[in-house]
Design a protein around this ligand. Structure first.
Ligand code: MTE
Length: 319
């Protein structure tokens, strides 16, 4: 394992495109058939880094997708981030205005030990790992993204949720002077989202601090954003400042904006269409517009891992 990590660390990232580094490394790991346990992670955590500049070493532990990675360029130039505007290129054009240093995140509410942490403290507290996940947007497109982050459950365990904690609410930053889309009140700022506690504790749920081995670009939600791979992309709230454990189901920004179109669960489900977009198929960003659309998979392909969370629920009603 150490051989693996040192080999990768020696690649001068300035000389190779991220895609090359990633695809080579991914194949290398697969060919060796390495299965890395999370206890091995601490070995590779080093100090002297800052999440806002570079990241410490990390391990690829979940590569559930065998699909081609979406290019760094597409992942960082075709975005939804309404705080910076409503068109796909607005985040890339305007997110640089956001100041992310200093940035702290507080975990509060129904917890025995509330925490307020700088991002650097957070990634020293919990080793970061890579997760290659599919991101399926409700608008009908998808990407395959190599995220770097921490399992949300590791963080939640540190604050010790009390018996009243049934849901988790996430709150984004509100700072209209830098988030120029917030001058428009098309959404009720700050952007908020929510998960049931068991969804938040699921090992696939992560807080991402990077992608393609680099710190998270601002248009993708720097310095920290949620990633819940079996749900539509809008659940993956960006620029998180607060995580609140609560007793009642939180009403998310999209539920407030349009309750007929957006429910609390928002699980990827090819059988339940959105009123304006089919959910049966999807277009993979980066592929030719002429190539056929892909079939959307139940729970975005993570059915085996998450279907048990919804046993006995009517997913037509609980969309
Ligand atoms: N988070 C915030 N704070 N504001 C947003 O507008 N858009 C969501 C989600 N997180 C959004 C957000 C939507 S609709 C999607 S599809 C994903 O971010 C897109 O993530 P990406 O730009 O990294 O692909």
């Amino acid at each position: 394992l150490e051989f693996t990590m040192t080999t990768f660390k020696k690649i001068p990232s300035s000389e190779i495109t991220p895609e090359h580094i990633y695809n080579d490394r991914r194949n290398f790991i697969k060919n060796l058939g390495l299965i890395l346990s999370s206890t091995a992670l601490s070995t590779f955590t080093n100090t002297g880094f800052t999440a806002l500049n570079t990241l410490p070493s990390f391990i690829q532990s979940k590569d559930l997708s065998n699909e081609k990675l979406t290019s760094f360029k597409d992942i960082t130039s075709y975005n939804n981030y309404y705080e910076f505007g409503t068109s796909k290129s607005d985040p890339q054009d305007h997110a640089h205005l956001l100041k992310i240093d200093p940035w702290s995140i507080s975990i509060e509410g129904s917890v025995a030990k509330p925490l307020k942490l700088d991002i650097d403290e957070l990634i020293k507290l919990i080793p970061i790992e890579e997760r290659i996940y599919r991101l399926r947007c409700v608008e009908g497109w998808s990407m395959v993204i190599p995220w770097i982050g921490i399992p949300l459950n590791s963080l939640l365990k540190k604050v010790t949720p009390t018996g009243n904690a049934k849901y988790v609410e996430f709150v984004s930053l509100k700072r209209p002077s830098e988030m120029i889309g917030q001058k428009d009140d098309m959404l009720d700022w700050p952007y908020t989202e929510g998960l049931r506690l068991d969804e938040a504790m699921h090992p696939l749920t992560i807080l991402a601090v990077g992608l393609y081995g680099k710190v998270l670009p601002k248009q993708n939600g720097a310095p920290i954003r949620l990633v819940v791979p079996w749900k539509y992309g809008f659940k993956s709230i960006k620029a998180i400042t607060k995580i609140r454990l609560v007793e009642k189901m939180p009403i998310s920004t999209w539920m407030k904006a349009n309750p007929k179109e957006y429910g609390f669960y928002s699980n990827v489900n090819p059988e339940v269409d959105h009123p304006r977009w089919t959910q049966a198929t999807e277009r993979r960003i980066g592929e030719s517009l002429l190539s056929p659309r892909l079939k959307t998979q139940m729970f975005n392909g993570y059915k085996e891992e998450v279907a048990h969370l919804y046993q006995g629920m009517d997913l037509n009603k609980n969309f």
